[in-house]
Design a protein around this ligand. Structure first.
Ligand code: PMV
Length: 327
């Protein structure tokens, strides 16, 4: 049976909305080229508060409508005829870390603006959020925005699962499907090294245009497809092996980083498997911990200079909050 995700229903300003972050388990970068990706929404989240104002502001900044590409594009797409608004955002997701901070901001804001303009269904919210993120970043797939709008575990172009919606861009179509959450706890850790998703995506695109590119992409596809099946049946051992294999492929296309490798080594005694997550070249790692060793793992990662978070999948995608915003 196809899952019905609730639409964002109409609400008037002032209002508050939230969206979870995202963690890519298998298939980043390859997904930009049409291969499958497995991603989950995690429970670090971003909240936005929107209220009418005399001038449009983002966190008190009156220039953000021109200088912040995500905010500017969201206003142009979803609020072209709207009155000035004061938007405040608060987030537990580290920025430029590969953990979905920009997707969560865009989806929470799009949910709020969609609610304030008569409501918005979830496939439209996912497509609008992708348009905004894609035009602000210049490149990329709908994986991040899909995860934070859909919540839980999702596959993009995966082999099985209930279809939810599809997203199109530049002649490419990405099919989004629901994947069963195996109910595991994960640990993510930020290296503290910021990077540009756009630069990393372009560098991998060049690498994949080499003669061995198609064979590498096929390897990414096989790992992600097998990984999805292993997650669906709750096979931790197989998932761990495939995380390591996916990391080797990411190294091969040049997006690992010395700090990533240090954190992966530090994690080993308390990890079943681990890899970088997101665009790489800095950013974060995702670890499947040895059950019961989550705290030890977080301690090891912190000692190695990382910023660790023990996370769980967040079943609920972007949503409008019931409580009225402060102030
Ligand atoms: O590091 P992030 O959160 O921007 O993740 C990007 C994931 C990529 O596959 C590298 C790009 C994309 O848009 O899918």
């Amino acid at each position: 049976m196809t899952e019905e995700l609730p639409p964002i229903t109409a609400t008037s300003l002032p209002l508050a909305a939230r969206a979870p972050g995202k963690c890519i388990v298998f298939g980043e970068h390859a997904v930009v080229h049409g291969a499958p990706e497995l991603v989950f929404a995690h429970d670090l989240e971003t909240q936005v508060f929107v209220r009418p104002a005399a001038t449009t502001l983002l966190n008190g900044d009156p220039r953000a409508g021109a200088t912040n590409p995500y905010f500017a594009r969201a206003l142009a797409t979803l609020w072209a005829d709207g009155p000035p608004i004061d938007v405040r955002s608060v987030s537990r997701i580290p920025r430029s870390a590969g953990l979905g901070s920009s997707a969560a901001f865009v989806a929470a804001l799009a949910a709020a603006l969609g609610a304030a303009t008569g409501g918005i269904d979830r496939p439209t919210l996912a497509r609008r959020s992708f348009d905004i993120e894609r035009s602000a970043q210049g490149v990329g797939s709908p994986g991040d925005t899909t995860a934070v709008v859909g919540g839980g575990f999702l596959s993009i172009n995966g082999p099985s699962g209930d279809p939810l919606w599809s997203v199109e861009d530049g002649g490419r179509t990405w099919q989004v499907r629901r994947v069963t959450d195996p109910g595991w706890v994960w640990v993510v850790a930020h290296t503290g090294v910021p990077r540009s998703t756009g630069d990393a995506v372009r560098a991998v695109g060049e690498r994949l245009s080499n003669p061995d590119g198609p064979a590498l992409l096929e390897e990414f596809r096989n790992v992600a497809e097998e990984g999805m099946r292993a997650v669906e049946v709750g096979d931790r051992g197989r998932v761990a092996v495939l995380l390591k294999r996916n990391q080797e492929l990411l190294r091969e296309v040049g997006v690992s980083h010395p700090r990533i490798e240090e954190l992966l080594r530090a994690a080993e005694p308390a990890a079943e498997g681990a890899k970088l997550t997101g665009a790489g070249a800095g950013g974060s790692i995702v670890v499947l911990p040895v059950p019961g060793k989550e705290t030890e793992l977080a301690r090891r990662l912190a000692r190695a200079g990382g910023l660790p978070f023990v996370v769980r999948p967040s079943a609920m995608g972007a949503s409008v909050l019931e409580a009225p915003p402060p102030g």
